[in-house]
Design a protein. Structure first.
Lengths: 409, 230
């Protein structure tokens, strides 16, 4: 490999045969270019999927109630299930430290007003930990806290867009906003990566809203995250435990699929990531196919090269070249050309991917990119490709019989 | 130097096999200048290939420099060729993209001699064939006679035991042929064993001993009577 004389031989051979070297190199560069670009696109696709889920923590579980579809224990089918505070307490007791964060959710559509501005918004009444569940970013003030829950205070945390719509140029923090005719103090303003819809929400303490509206214990939805240490199988088990606990409490048949809905972001995320992975695999296979075609092309060229050089290789053998040195010569030339050409292909591909950047976001491709390990792998593949492409012709070259090669016809 | 006993060689030709060499016995001593004469198809090229370790025999024994040649794999053959044999071909067989000097130095590369030393030795031999001034020319820029002299320099550069020349003048006109033969004679006078294959009487008469082949057998083997009128 570090035989300077052999490098001299190789450079001489490349130098004397520029066209065929260029053709071989071009094929490989094109192959690796397409491979890298497709791989980057696959990553872009994954990035898009990741972005969809960036709003919620991936370990979030949403629990909602519906109507029963089966008669059970003397109850008729079609009965409506309503969650209450005690359902949340029960889950906390049963699941213990498997739960990381939890919150109830009560939704109320309200007419909001500040001075002359008004609009229809939704109150999302929650517990303090909801901030971590939804990855809510506090821009000013604070989120709902334990005191608000305990004292049932009339405070709200409004979305960035609510402030924009109603308060215009004024600062909302500390002012009073009128919701369905009742005044609430704005104690915080938030933004959310989930987009505009999220930022049109108004958060309030769940206890206050339950008191103000009909004084019930009703909950529309329970949201919680599982402790990540329980792992993938633990999470799946927890989802089925939640169903079991709630079905038992509300007298729902075990096989009733419509009364209790448990949606796990984790499972959705996994399913979507599986899809993204399958897509990337397909894309990758296309890339590998292209690379393979490139390898065959360079192999082809090397076969031709060996044929063309039959006489020369025969002379070398007559002068004392061992089969091994002939294989080495051809193989090293092939690997050298592939490595250089391939690296060029990778560089151009990286430039192309950087150039694409975010311009393809409409086609579900966000920031297509390849990471360092991919590049290292691609390089390894390249050298392998070069070796494979060169090996077969090199073997053939080593088998050349000098007498056949040197025969004068 | 070269000792051949009851040598047989046949080539498969479809279902039949062509019996080319039918039991040759030949002994060439060190320092001899021998020519093998024969029409095409007489088996002389096959004999050269076997002597040159470019092909293997089927039957009989072949001793090169006292060493029995058997179980010859490609690597072993390559090393022996490099060490003991120098080749001169009818069509020169120089590598077209290498200069005269590089062509002469190539066998030394396979012998494992360092680059600088290689070039020095190659230059000495080019000087010997009077082509020092053409060292950096490509074969395409040389005349036929010059090419063959480069090839002879290449054959000699490893200081082999035997120089094998296969129709060395076959592609040359008569004047150039003479100068090439003179060069071979001179090499022989310095003690080199030279083994020439030819179908030309004139060339054969320039050597010291003529072995005639016909249909795979030696029909005569005699010393050349020199006209001593120098």
């Amino acid at each position: 490999m570090f035989d300077l004389d052999r490098w001299r031989e190789i450079f001489q051979s490349i130098n004397k045969n520029k066209l065929r070297t260029f053709l071989g190199a071009f094929t490989v560069a094109l192959g690796i270019f397409i491979f890298t670009v497709l791989f980057g696109m696959g990553n872009g696709l994954k990035n898009t999927f990741n972005k969809f889920f960036s709003d919620d923590a991936t370990n979030t579980i949403f629990i909602r109630a519906g109507n029963t579809s089966k008669a059970y224990k003397g109850f008729k089918e079609g009965r409506r299930i309503q969650f209450e505070n005690e359902d949340l307490d029960l889950l906390k007791k049963e699941l213990g430290n498997k739960i990381e964060y939890f919150s109830a959710r009560v939704y109320k559509g309200v007419q909001a007003r500040y001075k002359k501005e008004s609009g229809a918004y939704t109150i999302r009444a929650v517990h303090p930990q909801h901030q971590f569940l939804e990855k809510t970013i506090i821009d000013g003030g604070k989120f709902i806290d334990e005191n608000d829950i305990k004292n049932k205070t009339r405070v709200v945390v409004i979305g960035r867009l609510v402030e924009q719509d109603l308060f215009k140029t004024e600062l909302a923090l500390g002012k009073f906003i009128e919701l369905d005719g009742l005044a609430y103090k704005v104690v915080g303003v938030f933004s959310d990566a989930g987009g505009d819809n999220e930022e049109r929400n108004i958060y309030a303490p769940v206890s206050s809203i339950q008191l103000i509206y009909k004084n019930t214990q009703d909950i529309d939805e329970i949201v919680l995250t599982f402790n990540k240490s329980i792992g993938e199988s633990g999470a799946k088990e927890m989802v089925s435990d939640i169903k079991k606990i709630l079905k038992k409490k509300h007298f729902v048949a075990k096989d009733d699929r419509s009364a209790i809905f448990v949606r796990s972001v984790f499972e959705n995320y996994q399913r979507n990531m599986q899809l993204a992975n399958v897509l990337q695999m397909i894309v990758l296979w296309i890339g590998v196919g292209t690379l393979f075609a490139g390898a065959i092309a360079i192999g082809n060229i090397m076969v031709f090269v060996v044929k063309e050089r039959t006489k020369e290789l025969g002379i070398r053998k007559a002068l004392g070249a061992t089969p091994r040195s002939i294989v080495g010569l051809i193989l090293q030339e092939s690997i050298f050309i592939t490595a250089i050409a391939g690296y060029l292909g990778i560089l151009i591909a990286i430039f192309t991917l950087n150039g694409i950047g975010s311009s393809l976001e409409d086609y579900f491709i966000t920031n297509p990119e390849v990471n360092r390990s991919t590049i290292i792998w691609a390089t390894v593949i390249l050298i392998l490709v070069g070796a494979i492409a060169g090996y077969i012709p090199a073997r053939r070259a080593a088998k050349i019989k000098p007498i056949v090669a040197l025969s004068d016809d | 130097m070269i000792k051949i006993e009851n040598l047989h060689k046949s080539y498969p030709m479809g279902k039949e096999s062509l019996h080319v060499l039918k039991g040759l016995n030949l002994h060439i001593k060190e320092g001899e200048f021998v020519s093998i004469m024969g029409a095409s198809g007489s088996g002389k090229s096959t004999l050269l290939n076997i002597v040159g370790l470019l092909d293997i025999h089927d039957e009989g024994a072949y001793y090169l420099n006292g060493q029995l040649i058997e179980k010859l794999d490609e690597k072993k053959a390559a090393v022996l060729r490099n060490k003991f044999l120098g080749f001169v071909f009818q069509s020169f067989n120089l590598i077209a993209y290498k200069t005269a000097l590089e062509n002469v130095a190539l066998p030394l590369y396979y012998k494992g001699v360092g680059r600088k030393e290689r070039q020095e030795i190659a230059m000495q031999y080019l000087d010997k064939v009077e082509l020092k001034d053409w060292a950096n020319h490509l074969p395409g820029e040389l005349s036929g006679g010059q090419k063959q002299r480069v090839a002879i320099a290449r054959a000699l550069v490893t200081q082999p035991k035997v120089v094998l020349a296969d129709e060395p003048t076959g592609a040359l006109d008569s004047t150039t042929s003479n100068s090439v033969m003179e060069l071979l004679k001179e090499i022989n006078r310095e003690g080199m064993t030279v083994f020439v294959i030819t179908h030309e009487e004139e060339i054969a008469n320039d050597t010291d001993r003529i072995v005639r082949l016909r249909d795979g057998v030696i029909i005569s083997d005699e010393k050349v009577k020199k006209n001593i009128n120098v």
